[in-house]
Design a protein around this ligand. Structure first.
Ligand code: IMP
Length: 424
């Protein structure tokens, strides 16, 4: 029996979708614990590509039950679109998808307020999916939950209360048109029948399942450096993608967690604004973006690209407690003559001993690099560690030692089959 937390160890987009899809075979249940439709988990099976924004990536395995935990903020429209997509592709999800009654709902005013905030001076480059404003309402105790969809009177009452305040803000502060209360009530009241079959008491289900000996994979969205507490604040998302968030976002207690699996991209990317010490704004960065198809799965925005930052991943491995890691997109580095790895930072000519997550400091650091030889050959056909060229093995050994994790999976291409499983 294992209860594993899977986390993105950088700024998101590490390739969690593919790894969850592969690991799902070993688990009975996969549960998402935070974030919302800002995430985009891509899975490629043969020539078919799926991008999930809300439903856990384990859903493509028929024996796996997928759960959306209370820590997730749910856009009901986006959720129903994903359910429909799965049904159209012949996936039977009846009884295999559970949604926590306590998950909060993304409302139309959350998306609007997100876009208004992004048009001002405090822009941070959000995905525009209403994530921040929804978590604001949750913590201000004004949120509307999944359970509220099942009581029409209560739902209408809460929407009216919220709209009074939001419309006041829209009209008098932002000088925008007010939102139509009745239209929103009508739209959200219509979600009850569609969502009702999936609503569940998730903490009860998960803890009962653990007691029955079932194994659970808790799937984080985004990455550790986007964590509202441990990331590069304020250039972060509004939840806790780090492993700690898995407990509060699901109702599984810390004492039940058996291991933490880190997803580590073989280089670094970031979307949105914020410091990025190893960013390459030159031709090399452009090549990484092109070869790695580094464009946002949710917004299509080009991702900023740079060399692997072992100093940053070491910090991430520490705060997440990463015990094992999957290295993803290693094949993207195959063309390069030389590959650089950041092993530390300097600030005002002095070497830093610890990673500064404070954005204003991180903006000023100079990365210290070590250069490794490239392998200059196609590695996407390798199916075992021994089949990898010596330079590739050296690169893997170097980054795992510098960042302090043990490698258990290596991904050499986007397809399920393009994977090396190390037997540890
Ligand atoms: P929000 O989560 O939409 O509020 O965006 C806040 C920050 O997190 C922005 O820099 C986004 O680009 C980033 N972000 C949110 N979701 C993802 C993701 O799934 N991958 C990578 N970055 C993300």
């Amino acid at each position: 029996m294992s209860v594993t937390v899977l986390v993105g160890s950088q700024w998101g987009d590490e390739g969690k979708g593919k790894v969850v899809d592969i690991l799902s075979e070993r688990y009975n249940i996969v549960v998402r614990y935070q974030g919302g439709a800002n995430a985009g988990h891509t899975i490629k099976i043969k020539d078919k590509q799926f991008i999930f924004h809300l439903i856990p990536s384990g859903i493509l395995h028929e024996n796996v039950t997928c759960v959306i935990g209370n820590g997730v903020v749910v856009d009901p429209r986006a959720l129903l679109d994903e359910i429909e997509l799965l049904q159209q592709n012949g996936y039977d999800i009846e009884g295999r998808l559970l949604i926590s009654q306590n998950a909060h709902l993304i409302m139309p005013y959350h998306k609007l307020l997100d876009s208004i905030s992004e048009s001002g001076e405090n822009k941070i480059g959000t995905t525009g999916r209403g994530i921040g404003p929804c978590y604001i309402d949750k913590y201000a105790r004004k949120g509307i939950k999944i359970i509220d969809l099942l009581d029409k009177d209560e739902l209408a009452k809460k929407i009216r209360q919220n709209l009074k305040e939001k419309n006041n803000l829209l009209k008098n502060v932002y000088h925008r048109e007010e939102l139509d209360v009745e239209k929103i009530i009508e739209e959200y009241s219509a979600f009850d029948k569609a969502i009702d079959p999936y609503v569940a008491d998730v903490p009860n289900f998960l803890n009962r399942s653990i007691n029955e000996g079932k194994s659970i994979l808790m799937e984080g969205a985004q990455g550790a450096l986007l964590d509202v507490d441990h990331g590069t604040y304020p250039y972060v998302t509004s939840s806790n993608p780090t492993s700690g968030g898995a407990c509060t976002g699901t109702g599984i207690p810390p004492t039940k967690i058996t291991d933490v699996f880190g997803i580590v991209k073989a280089y670094t990317t970031r979307v949105g604004l914020g410091p990025f010490p190893t960013e390459l704004t030159d031709e090399t960065g452009e090549r990484l973006r092109e070869i790695g198809a580094e464009f946002g799965a949710t917004t299509g925005r080009p991702r900023r690209c740079g060399w692997f930052d072992a100093f940053l991943v070491k910090y991430s491995a520490t705060i997440n407690g990463i015990s094992k890691a999957a290295i993803t997109k290693l094949d993207v580095l195959s063309e390069f003559d030389e590959i650089k790895v950041c092993v530390g930072y300097e600030l005002n000519g002095k070497k830093l001993n610890t990673f500064p997550s404070t954005a204003s400091i991180l903006e000023k650091v100079t990365p210290v690099y070590e250069t490794l030889p490239g392998w200059k050959q196609d590695i996407s056909k390798a199916r075992s560690y021994d089949e990898l060229p010596p330079e590739t093995k050296d690169y893997l050994k170097f980054i795992s030692e510098k960042a302090g994790f043990e490698i258990s999976i290596v991904s050499v291409g986007p397809r399920r089959s393009e994977t090396i499983i190390l037997d540890n």
